[in-house]
Design a protein around this ligand. Structure first.
Ligand SMILES: *[C@@H]1O[C@H](CO)[C@@H](O)[C@H](O)[C@H]1NC(C)=O
Ligand SMILES: *[C@@H]1O[C@H](CO)[C@@H](O)[C@H](O)[C@H]1NC(C)=O
Ligand SMILES: *[C@@H]1O[C@H](CO)[C@@H](O)[C@H](O)[C@H]1NC(C)=O
Ligand SMILES: *[C@@H]1O[C@H](CO)[C@@H](O)[C@H](O)[C@H]1NC(C)=O
Ligand SMILES: *[C@@H]1O[C@H](CO)[C@@H](O)[C@H](O)[C@H]1NC(C)=O
Ligand SMILES: *[C@@H]1O[C@H](CO)[C@@H](O)[C@H](O)[C@H]1NC(C)=O
Ligand SMILES: *[C@@H]1O[C@H](CO)[C@@H](O)[C@H](O)[C@H]1NC(C)=O
Ligand SMILES: *[C@@H]1O[C@H](CO)[C@@H](O)[C@H](O)[C@H]1NC(C)=O
Ligand SMILES: *[C@@H]1O[C@H](CO)[C@@H](O)[C@H](O)[C@H]1NC(C)=O
Ligand SMILES: *[C@@H]1O[C@H](CO)[C@@H](O)[C@H](O)[C@H]1NC(C)=O
Ligand SMILES: *[C@@H]1O[C@H](CO)[C@@H](O)[C@H](O)[C@H]1NC(C)=O
Length: 820
């Protein structure tokens, strides 16, 4: 997903910030910069968390781009909260129950402290240079002189507030308030809060609206303090507070903005820091308290931070690169920071699910699978397969309880579906790559088949729409007649393309499960994309100049005649201001153009290449897509297009294109991301691209390009074996980025792709590089699998099919576009 505001691309020049030697004891965390993407619409969560942690502590700013809580764009801090998502678009998610500190209230009068969020931001300004972030830690010093540091365990955050001492001999009575707000001010009806007079423990809960769905959720919190003695405590309502009242139930009120309300605690002195431990739960305040007591019993800040840092180190350490050989250190930071971001979301809410409690893992904040199926989850399948197994188990358990696999899921509710039922791709990818670990694949298969066969009443948030037409016509028609299920009647082209690919991935599962009839059936429907290909369609620029390309997908009516959508609408160079997301005025492609979706046939590049006039013409079209800025690397549909040259027998051009985008569009600076990070989707794109193995998700295929480093070692956490990719003639200036020859475990290797056993069996791929494109990986026999044949290539034609089934098209298919 991308928000339109993030379509601005900034290109940042960078300088080497760190110098390091070859033999430094390897600690990948030193290369993690969480602040990448904290401005310019990256929307990342840059704070303190465990991998997949539920507690995510950071300073929240008053920015209009505060989806991840914190931003480095000059906006002041409005509070410090514990629940967050990372890199999302849509309305800001979570950010509930923020704390806010004052060193003292003027005249020692609590009513003279500013309680409401809108006015306390006036005390939240800070200097960018005061911000420190490292895995498991976030720190900031406000201009008021208050230093706030935070770390986190799984369901608990620990804050350490250090207050300036009053210089003129006045007493300081530091005050911490905690309110019932969230980032997007979505609180509904009554929120409650109470404070224990003796201990100062604050507990409470409130109902909020999920950010990209119609759902609501109720988080609970439990905050305890350690440090100076407590002076007094109480509650506040609006701008007034009292130590005489210890609990509050507050209505949302009618003014479109939830009334400010919360509790406060004041301390006797500012001589020692105040430690605030905030436990969180989605079950009860009691559970929030017991989570906190169990996880952080003795307020030992350093110990909690060390544990978080160790957890990150353990997750990231299986990937070791050669940081020497002249590589620009900022690229190392880019790489490991990208890897880090792949494990911030989704979040592990196991044990915290109020809807069912079956002992199965429960993951939330899949935000959204449309973003993460392409490379984030596949990346984790290499680096952290046990966690992906748990995520898949969670998806299957969600299917058991809610009837459907999740698509976009946050805070226990079904988010909005953007295209196909892309959990199908994730399940199939994991299945083909051998994930087992407690996964009930029979039920998993049942779930993906249901996506393909049963239309839900509300397909805005689950399954697929238009299935009657899909089956009768072989495509989703524009202005479909659908009286069985309901959703936004747009995106007929991108839905047709995604449903086709979803079906292909189901066929691959069926194949491995020996369900031959199903395999044939879904292979057949995986060809439905062809039914929207209009061979004589042309495309012109705004200026009226013809792009010179003929043959594009087009919308088609129920009566099988064509509608028209300009192939450049919703592209990066479309300045018409047209709607391209889930608006009901939007078009037949979601968040991208027909031009770009024109390449989304991940399973049948052979036939697509033929339709586009053969490999040379396909390559030219791909170049045109990138060189004229039609595509936008800040949104996920662009990812695979960077590497699709492989299918045209030009793996060298994929390498070149990868370097075209990295680091130009991805630099290790706060404004260095070209769009929303989308829960680590951008991070995984960077990591995979720099590692030199890009997945075609849903297939057991990684496309080979030279790593950006001299060598990359990846140790499988499952088998303990280490896979290596090593460049011979490595050139840190990236002139020599073309593979001349390769060996796999010492034997010559000419295929331009490799499968997952490379990682699990710990193979060694050695790539010899040169400055010119070579014939390596260009022969038809060396191209990645395709359902349709590769035709029109130079050299020997050796048609290959990923399965033996003959494919008949459900509709008569015009072959006029084939110019072979
Ligand atoms: C906070 O954000 C609002 C809305 O963008 C803006 O009107 C207000 O001026 C901001 N306050 C501060 C102190 O920056
Ligand atoms: C730092 O702060 C200024 C103003 O306070 C802001 O405009 C700027 O964008 C910030 N971020 C960075 C990364 O410099
Ligand atoms: C110190 O106390 C005096 C008297 O209440 C007040 O006028 C002054 O502003 C205080 N100084 C600070 C820094 O709060
Ligand atoms: C809110 O609290 C008030 C006072 O306790 C109560 O009368 C009312 O029913 C509550 N409303 C909801 C929606 O819970
Ligand atoms: C990768 O592993 C190989 C074999 O275990 C080892 O010789 C090499 O030094 C490792 N490379 C790095 C960068 O650690
Ligand atoms: C998720 O949380 C559960 C319960 O705390 C834990 O058993 C499991 O290992 C966690 N999974 C991951 C991938 O962190
Ligand atoms: C599918 O059939 C093959 C060949 O008969 C067999 O080896 C394999 O175990 C079967 N797989 C399943 C899931 O039944
Ligand atoms: C097909 O349907 C479209 C849209 O309703 C309509 O404009 C067109 O005239 C129809 N064509 C035929 C041949 O029925
Ligand atoms: C594409 O966009 C980049 C960055 O915005 C710009 O530098 C370049 O000139 C554009 N290219 C074309 C062909 O418009
Ligand atoms: C590589 O190509 C350049 C021109 O692009 C040519 O001058 C050079 O001789 C080539 N090098 C090799 C080794 O073929
Ligand atoms: C392959 O064929 C294309 C188109 O016919 C031609 O331009 C190209 O030079 C040929 N390449 C080789 C290596 O023969």
């Amino acid at each position: 997903m991308c928000s339109l505001s993030s379509r601005l691309v900034s290109i940042v020049l960078f300088t080497a910030a760190t110098v390091f030697g070859d033999d430094a004891a390897f600690d990948p965390l030193q290369y993690v910069d969480q602040l990448i993407g904290s401005s310019n619409g990256g929307n990342v969560f840059p704070g303190a968390t465990l991998p997949y942690g539920m507690a995510k502590a950071v300073a929240d700013t008053n920015s209009s781009s505060n989806q991840g809580g914190f931003t480095l764009d000059g906006s002041p801090v409005s509070g410090f909260s514990v629940l967050h998502d990372s890199g999302t678009g849509g309305s800001p998610s979570l950010g509930n129950f923020p704390l806010f500190p004052y060193a003292s209230c003027p005249g020692d009068d609590i009513d003279r402290c500013d309680f409401p969020k809108k006015t306390r931001v006036n005390y939240g300004s800070f200097d960018n240079n005061s911000v420190t972030a490292r895995p498991g830690f976030f720190g900031i010093t406000l201009d008021s002189g208050i230093e706030a540091e935070m770390t986190a365990s799984q369901h608990t955050a620990l804050f350490r507030f250090t207050f300036p001492k009053a210089s003129d001999g006045n007493v300081s009575h530091p005050l911490l308030l905690q309110d019932l707000s969230d980032l997007s001010d979505s609180r509904q009806d009554n929120g409650t809060v109470s404070v224990d007079a003796e201990t100062g423990r604050i507990t409470g809960s409130a109902r909020f609206v999920s950010s990209f769905s119609q759902g609501q959720y109720v988080p609970y919190f439990c905050t305890d303090f350690s440090g100076p003695a407590i002076l007094d405590n109480g509650i506040f309502s609006n701008s007034r507070a009292s130590a005489d009242v210890k609990s509050l139930t507050i209505s949302r009120s009618i003014n479109g903005y939830p009334l400010p309300g919360g509790a406060f605690v004041r301390f006797e002195s500012a001589d020692t820091p105040v430690l605030a431990r905030v436990g969180i739960s989605f079950i009860s305040s009691d559970q929030a308290c017991s989570n906190a007591e169990a996880e952080i019993p003795d307020y030992n800040f350093n110990e909690v931070e060390q544990a978080a840092s160790d957890a990150w180190k353990e997750k990231i350490s299986p990937i070791v690169i050669n940081t020497g050989a002249g590589v620009d250190p900022t690229l190392v930071t880019n790489f490991y920071s990208g890897i880090y971001r792949t494990m911030v979301n989704p979040q592990n809410y196991t044990g915290e699910n109020p809807l069912w409690n079956t002992g199965e893992p429960y993951f939330d904040s899949f935000y959204c699978l449309w973003d993460s199926f392409r490379s984030q989850i596949p990346f984790l399948t290499i680096l952290d397969p046990d966690s992906v197994s748990q995520m898949i188990r969670s998806m299957i358990e969600t299917y058991r309880h809610e009837g459907w696999l999740p698509d976009c899921r946050m805070t226990f509710s079904k988010g909005y579906t953007q295209g196909g039922s892309n959990a199908d791709v994730i399940l199939s990818d994991g299945f083909q790559k051998g994930l087992v670990d407690g996964i009930d694949w029979d039920t998993g298969y049942q779930a993906v088949v249901k996506d393909a066969e049963v239309e839900p009443f509300d397909w805005s948030s689950e399954g697929r729409g238009g299935l009657d037409s899909w089956k009768a016509l072989g495509y989703i028609p524009v202005q479909d007649f659908d009286y069985k299920g309901f959703g936004t009647m747009t995106r007929s082209i991108s839905r047709t393309l995604e449903y086709s690919y979803n079906d292909f991935t189901i066929s691959q599962m069926a194949n491995q499960l020996n369900k031959t009839a199903d395999m044939e059936k879904y292979l057949e429907t995986s060809e439905n994309w062809k039914n929207l290909y209009k061979p004589d369609q042309t495309s012109s620029l705004d200026t009226g100049v013809d792009t010179g390309y003929v043959g594009f997908f087009q919308p088609r009516f129920v009566n099988q005649t064509w509608d028209f959508q300009d192939p450049l609408w919703c592209s990066n160079i479309d300045n018409s201001g047209t709607s391209c997301s889930l608006q009901n005025t939007a078009h037949e492609t979601f968040e991208s153009s027909i031009w770009e979706y024109g390449f989304f046939v991940p399973h049948n590049q052979g036939d697509l290449i033929s339709l586009y006039g053969g490999p040379a013409q396909f390559t030219r079209r791909l170049d045109y897509l990138h060189d004229t800025n039609i595509t936008y690397i800040g949104n996920e549909p662009a990812f695979l297009t960077v590497f699709q040259y492989h299918y045209a027998g030009r793996p060298a051009l994929s390498a070149l294109r990868s370097h075209f985008y990295i680091p130009r569009y991805f630099s290790p600076t706060p404004d260095g991301l070209p769009g929303n990070d989308d829960s680590g989707a951008m991070g995984s794109f960077v990591a995979f691209s720099m590692m030199g193995l890009f997945p075609n998700p849903g297939q057991d295929v990684y496309l080979i390009t030279p790593p950006y480093f001299e060598s990359v070692n990846i140790t499988s956490p499952v088998t303990g074996k280490t896979a290596t990719v090593r460049n011979v003639n490595y050139d840190p200036t990236y002139q020599a980025i073309y593979i001349q020859s390769a060996t796999l475990d010492g034997e010559p290797y000419t295929k331009n792709w490799i499968d997952h056993s490379f990682f699990t069996e710990g193979k060694e791929l050695v790539l010899t590089l040169g400055r010119n494109e070579s014939i390596w990986g260009t022969a038809v026999k060396d191209l990645p699998p395709s359902l349709g044949d590769y035709v029109g290539f130079n050299g020997t034609f050796s048609p290959k099919r990923s399965s033996g089934a003959g494919v008949r098209y459900p509709l008569e298919f015009a072959t006029a576009g084939l110019s072979l």
